[in-house]
Every structure is written in C-alpha cells, then in structure tokens.
Design a binder for this molecule. Structure first.
Ligand code: NAD
Length: 377
C-alpha cells in the first residue's frame, strides 16, 4: 500500500510519524512511503535521509493517493478533505477533545485509528504510543523542573558549605510518573510519590521513592480492571488532601501527572497548597492540557505566585523530538501488520483483532468505537 507521512501543523509540534529507520523497514515490507517536504526537519530527520531510506518527498506527502495516512496529531480539515474515501488514517487523535474531527473522518469514509486507544495488553506494548510518549514526558518534566529550580538536585558537600538534596514529590505514578521518579533519583533528589492506585506503592519503593497516601478500603479498590485510576470519593480526596498538604509544604519540586481517561484531570494541588511551598519551589503540571492538576497552572506559561514557580507543559515529548518521533514511529510500524492484508499488502484492518477493535474509531463511514458509536455518521 501507499503510505503518506504528513508534516505536523499543530503549534509547537516538532514530532514526525515516521523516521528514516521506520521508512526503510516499511519499504522492506513491500509498501511505498511518501513524506511531505520538511516533515522530519524539526526532529532532525532531513528529507534526504528519508529519500535514502526509500521514501519519495513531495509537497503534499502524496495524501490524495495514499491508502494509509499517518501523523502524530489530529488531521486538519483540509487534510481530511484531501484524503481518499476508503483510506486509513492513524495518529494520536485526542478523540475526547474534539468529537468533530472523529465525525468528520467517519463522514469522509476514512477508517481512523486513535493511537491512544491501543489496548494496554502485553501483545500491544510495542504499539503503545501513550506509554512511549509518557515515558519521555516524565523524564523531561524532571529536566525542565531542574532547569527552573534555582538550586541543585544532589546533596553537595563542598569547602564553601553543604547544599541539601532537593525534595521532589511526584503525584500520579503512571508511566510518566515512574520515569520522573527514576530521573529525579538519578539526579540525586530525595523522592516521594503518591497515586490512588494501590499497585503503585511497590513500584515507587522499587525505584527508591517514599510512598505517600491514605491507605484505606477505598484506596485498596481504586483501580479499574484496565489498570486505570477511578475517580475518588469526596471523602477520600479530603483525607488525602490533608496528608498531602503537610507533605507539599516541605517539597522543593512537585511534578503532577494525574489523568483519568476521558475526564478533566483531577485537582491535586490547590492554590493554598501551592502557596504553602517556600519561595523558589517549582510545580510542573503535566496534566495542564486536560485542565491541569493545579488550578494555578497555565498552558505552556510560567506562572509565579508568592515566589513559587508553576509551569504547565502541554507537550513535553515535543521537547525531545528525535527520541519521541523515533519511538512513536516504531509504535506505528508495529501496528502496520494489523492494518495490512498479508498477501496483497493492501490496506485491510484486521477487524476481528482485539487491538484493532480497541483502537479503530470508524469503519466504512460509521463510527464503530463503543465510546463514539452513538452518533454514527
Ligand atoms: P495516566 O496517564 O492515565 O495517569 C497517570 C497516573 O495518575 C496514573 O497512575 C493514575 O492512577 C494517577 N492518578 C489519577 N488520578 C489520581 C489522583 N486523584 N491522585 C493521584 N494519582 C492519580 O496513566 P498511564 O501512565 O497511562 O498508566 C495507566 C495504567 O496503564 C497503569 O496501570 C499502567 O501500569 C498501565 N499500563 C499498562 C501497560 C501494559 O500492560 N501494556 C502499558 C502502559 C501502562
């Protein structure tokens, strides 16, 4: 099949959906790849490297003739208009954020994959773009926090005096949070963490962090069978808030990563808790695009309140464009066999496969995903 790799248009987006390495592998599978001019430039993958890997370069990426179009982010209206009816599309669609795009794709008879809906099962780990990107976001959150913080992370005993180790508190121990704990520890910080999922207690300990949570009956049941956090009761939140209030006041850096799929991010640090931190402390909010874990955070802006610096990042993976593109492109490459007929190499999603059932939003003009099917096009 013909695969089109488009240049991202979202502001600040530096990633690209294919790298020269994956293009080489895709062409070796018998497909042809067209890359839109400059698609990989901001991720340090220039056009000539794609050409050497076997791709053609064109100003529109061959979108109109493609059987499958791939991107990192949602397609624009113009891109949806240019795609061929009956073709496939795959990207991080953020489907809860803009139902209109999902409906427009279905209406144009484009079979669309939302990469964030790839089920979290062992067989799909290599396709799990949420994890590949969250891991890098967690790492980068600590690096950004360290850069904003006006002090050092490790304890240093020097002739001129001793510098205390930074205290870093990670709120939300999913993929990003775990990598943030590991990164902050590598830099020499004293690390603690909290999460509503009981399973994280052991993970935090295994990375050398201290676990901070009210461990009552509700906490013990606070995980869905899919491994996601459940919304917690107001009563639990109040108890947890009290514990966390005392803890936060003593922290230098707080990194929040808590998300609940399809809902606004839970508030984990109130304005008062943020203000209780000493001047020079830093809060990094990774959930700012979903409303934020701290009401003071603003998307991609540094806010200073009483000397506390609050930074909300909407797209940390874009600050590591080469690595995030490389991993995302490999996620797509791993998914390709499930979108291809083995013999003819044509675009043919394996509709009965659990992974395709979980991640495919539309089929032949109809919205088929359980979360969106009620409004069929
Ligand atoms: P996420 O991005 O959805 O959320 C980040 C973290 O915030 C989660 O750990 C969540 O429990 C936590 N959180 C939510 N509300 C909170 C609150 N009020 N207070 C504190 N913490 C709160 O998480 P994720 O990184 O996508 O991971 C979600 C789940 O998927 C985890 O169980 C993870 O282990 C699992 N997972 C499985 C696989 C696999 O098996 N293939 C791959 C990746 C992730």
């Amino acid at each position: 099949m013909k695969i089109a790799v488009l240049k991202e248009t979202a502001p600040g987006e530096t990633r690209v959906a294919a790298t020269p390495e994956t293009v080489k592998k895709i062409t070796a599978l018998g497909h042809s790849v067209a890359v839109q001019t400059g698609a990989g430039a901001s991720a340090s993958y220039p056009d000539d490297l794609y050409q050497q890997a076997g791709a053609t370069i064109s100003t529109d990426g061959g979108i109109g003739g493609a059987d499958l179009v791939v991107k990192v982010r949602r397609p624009t209206e113009a891109e949806i208009g240019a795609m061929r009816s009956g073709s496939g599309f795959a990207s991080l669609l953020e489907p809860y954020g803009d139902r209109g795009v999902v409906e427009a794709l279905a209406k144009s008879k484009i079979d669309a994959v939302a990469m964030e809906f790839i089920p979290r099962i062992s067989r799909a780990q290599s396709m799990d773009a949420l994890s590949s990107q969250a891991n890098l976001a967690g790492y980068r959150a600590v690096i950004e926090g360290a850069a904003i913080y006006g002090r050092a992370f490790p304890m240093m005993m020097t002739a001129a005096g001793t510098i205390a180790a930074a205290k870093v508190f990670i709120m939300g121990v999913g993929v990003a949070g775990l990598q943030a704990i590991a990164t902050a520890r590598r830099l020499g910080a004293v690390v603690s963490a909290t999460d509503v999922r009981p399973a994280t207690k052991e993970q935090v300990a295994s990375l050398g962090g201290k676990f901070v949570a009210v461990e009552d009956e509700e906490f013990k049941q606070a995980e869905t069978t899919a491994g996601y956090a459940k919304p917690m009761s107001a009563e639990y939140q109040a108890k947890q808030a009290q514990l966390v209030t005392e803890h936060i006041a003593k922290q230098d850096i707080v990194i929040t990563t808590a998300l609940i799929p399809g809902r606004a991010a839970p508030v984990l640090i109130t304005e008062a808790q943020a203000k209780s931190m000493r001047p020079g402390s830093v809060i990094i909010d990774l959930a700012v695009a979903q409303g934020g874990n701290c009401p003071l955070s603003k998307p991609d802006a540094l806010v200073e309140v009483g000397g506390v610096k609050i930074m909300g990042f909407t797209n940390l993976p874009a600050r590591l464009p080469s690595d995030s593109s490389s991993l995302y492109a490999k996620n797509l490459l791993a998914l390709l066999p499930l979108l291809t007929d083995k013999d003819s190499k044509a675009f043919a999603p394996a509709w009965d496969d659990e992974i395709i059932k979980g991640a495919m939003l539309s089929k032949s003009g109809a919205l088929i995903h359980p979360h969106f099917a009620s409004a069929s096009a």
